[in-house]
Design a protein around this ligand. Structure first.
Ligand code: 7RM
Length: 660
């Protein structure tokens, strides 16, 4: 157990405010420790009790965890429920009907409130519309939508009828969208005419058309178009209809489809270490349980809170902490369509002031860019706004450096709000390692300790426990309810990726390195140990970007690495060998620009390399393996000090050293 006495000696430790300790849902370190001990003592009993208290079951479960087909774990498997019922109907019955569920703020600054009753009606109408198209339990529906109430409605409506949604982030290209539609075997796509971000209108429907025209998507029989901007878009007769058309005349109630707890609620594609994104499949019961519980534990949500998670519904954070978690606990939340820097970099602070947000959850990359912006334009500094409504701050998506943490703490939180630095992943469904605001003393840069019931540990390459102070591989020793169930269409890859035989086959491999503090046992995440990059909190596989580059007719070979970046955390650096001779000067610049656009088209703008360097070759071992380790050193602009005698072509390093 952690030695909390030791924390008192540390220079920068922030104790939970008295107010929090008095009122928090989990109050004090002793309570936290007692909960952890309870989970240790009776693991299944611990989870069963929480699942009964937190969710409403149509048919109660009698079996908590089935490990007979490990690592394909099954939770609450003989129980039945409906996720949308738990998020909406429950709130109509418990006095929340006229409570604001969503404060929607549009890109242009206009805002509207949607109550639980109204949201329920919208979801029911759209659920009925989906049913009228013949969409039924188990069918997959791809959602390619802007951050709007209708995006949440589309997700909840799928859940209501037992259809499995797969949300694709609106920044992904037609090609990426097509791949996901095919892999998921989608029967319908829900989209919008355009999205409005930062004052610009960006096409969505046209990208859907392009994706569907690429072929292989013949299973898609219906495309529903939410008219966000009312732009003229092509409508294919018999396939495409507007959202207002399909809901017109639909009843505003819809009997929920009761599904087994293990029924797939959604598939969300995420990058792995090979080229093809993985369709992470989540189950209804266990996933919702953790989305709701972490709202209560990590965010300490109370009936009067105004919760704001800035993540897009295209990412897992927008699933758990926009579309499901806040509704499952009857919370009021802000849904924001726009971007942090429009009309200026004070937008977040302005919105917190305007809507009196009490809990604010964003990514370190946003904080870092707003620090820079506030330096450049003091009018956008948080001190220019009244942020006194805030009581809790959160961080997610990548490690937060202590400098950014301190700025956030001082300038946004007014030194009164705890910061919960939440470590988790698409695969984990919800928070894993995070402070509890009414219990955990905070240390900037550390995500502190695992939540009760989460058996996180650090091991070596053979799966053996490492002592505190020694860096290693982050694993989870026991299954937990909201964990990934499988990779859609690829159970073998699921086993190999997350339960590798080298670690013994029973440990969940997160893919991150970590180290625990010698005295406190606090975890610090040291970054991915595989070929996954984290650029502005977005997960991207190096192989994915390499495949996109070599698909260009000019390119013979490409190697992609990450390098540290002050704002985006990591930046993408690509080393490219062309089929023709190595370009230099203006020509190199032009080809680099073309290749960046190419990657933007192949994957999406988020995957565009920040830098491209051309070489006659890449550094390779005698057996032909590209030495990415050396390329990472070069990308950082550092000199190579390692022994390069095993290289086939050491001379190439000099050529690749220079940025072009
Ligand atoms: C929620 C999300 C997951 C990867 C994960 C880490 C990194 C996320 C933190 C973090 C340090 C954090 N899902 N990561 N949160 N690293 N501290 N608080 O981001 O699937 O898109 O990414 O993100 O590397 O493995 S994700």
């Amino acid at each position: 157990m952690a030695d909390f006495e030791a924390l008192k000696q540390e220079s920068r430790v922030f104790q939970p405010p008295a107010e929090f300790v008095r009122n928090a849902n989990i109050s004090g370190m002793e309570t936290y420790q007692a909960m952890c001990a309870e989970a240790e003592r009776d693991y299944e009993g611990f989870w069963a009790k929480l699942a009964r208290e937190t969710l409403e079951w149509h048919k109660p479960f009698t079996k908590t965890l089935n490990e007979s087909d490990a690592p394909f774990y099954r939770w609450f498997e003989d129980g039945q429920l409906n996720v949308s019922y738990n998020c909406l109907d429950r709130n109509l019955q418990n006095g929340n009907a006229d409570k604001v569920a969503i404060i929607f703020e549009a890109d242009d600054g206009g805002s509207t409130n949607v109550t639980y009753r109204q949201l329920h009606q919208k979801v029911c109408q759209f659920a009925n519309a989906l049913k009228s198209m013949g969409i039924k339990r188990g069918d997959r529906v791809v959602i390619y939508m802007p951050m709007t109430v209708e995006g949440v409605v589309a997700m909840q409506a799928c859940a209501r009828i037992g259809a499995t949604h797969s949300v694709v982030f609106g920044g992904f290209s037609a090609k990426s969208l097509q791949e996901r539609i095919i892999d998921a075997g989608a029967v319908a796509v829900v989209t919008a005419d355009e999205q409005s971000r930062g004052g610009k209108h960006l096409p969505l429907k046209a990208i859907v058309d392009e994706a569907l025209e690429m072929g292989g998507c013949e299973g898609v029989k219906n495309v529903v178009v939410y008219q966000r901007t009312h732009a003229q878009v092509k409508m294919v007769p018999g396939r495409d209809r507007t959202m207002s058309d399909v809901v017109a005349g639909q009843p505003d109630t819809c009997e929920p489809e009761w599904v087994d707890a293990e029924h797939p609620l959604f598939i969300l594609y995420t990058s792995g270490s090979t080229g093809k994104p993985k369709g992470v499949q989540h189950a209804s019961g266990g996933y919702l349980l953790w989305a709701a519980l972490t709202m209560k534990w990590t965010f300490d949500i109370k009936p009067t809170d105004v919760f704001w998670c800035t993540a897009d519904i295209g990412w897992v954070t927008g699933h758990s902490y926009v579309a499901y978690g806040p509704l499952a606990v009857g919370g009021t939340q802000i849904v924001f369509e726009g971007i942090p820097t429009y009309p200026n970099a004070g937008r977040f602070w302005d919105m917190i002031q305007k809507h009196k947000a009490t809990i604010f959850y964003t990514a370190p990359t946003a904080i870092r860019s707003l620090i820079k912006a506030a330096d450049a334009d003091p009018a956008t500094h948080p001190s220019k706004y009244d942020l006194s409504s805030l009581r809790l701050l959160g961080s997610v998506g990548e490690p937060i450096n202590p400098e950014a943490w301190m700025w956030y703490y001082r300038n946004v939180g007014g030194e009164r709000c705890p910061i919960v630095d939440t470590f988790w992943q698409t695969e984990t469904g919800g928070h894993m390692i995070t402070p509890l605001p009414g219990a955990t003393p905070l240390v900037p840069g550390s995500c502190t300790l695992p939540l009760p019931g989460i058996m996180a540990a650090i091991v070596d390459e053979t799966g053996h426990d490492l002592p505190n102070g020694q860096g290693g591989i982050l694993v989870v020793k026991r299954p937990w309810p909201s964990m990934i169930r499988t990779i859609w269409n690829d159970p073998e890859r699921f086993k190999k990726s997350y339960f590798p035989p080298e670690l013994g086959g029973t440990l969940y491999l997160a893919g991150d390195g970590s180290v625990r503090n010698k005295d406190t046992g606090y975890f610090t995440i040291t970054g991915r140990i595989d070929d996954v990059l984290n650029v502005s909190g977005h997960r991207l596989g190096t192989m994915e970007i390499e495949s996109a580059l070599v698909a260009n007719p000019l390119v013979a070979e490409a190697a992609v690495v990450g390098r540290p970046d002050d704002t985006t955390g990591e930046a993408i650096c690509a080393f490219v060998v062309l089929k023709r001779s190595r370009p230099t000067g203006e020509e190199a610049k032009q080809i680099a620009r073309d290749l960046r656009d190419w990657v933007g088209k192949e994957i999406g703008p988020i995957a565009k390399p920040k830098e491209i360097r051309f070489g006659d070759n890449l550094p390779k071992t005698r057996s032909g393996k590209i030495m990415r380790r050396l390329l990472r050193v070069l990308a950082k602009g550092e000199d190579i000090t390692q022994d390069v005698s095993t290289l086939e072509n050491p001379a190439i390093l000099d050529q690749l050293k220079q940025a072009q």
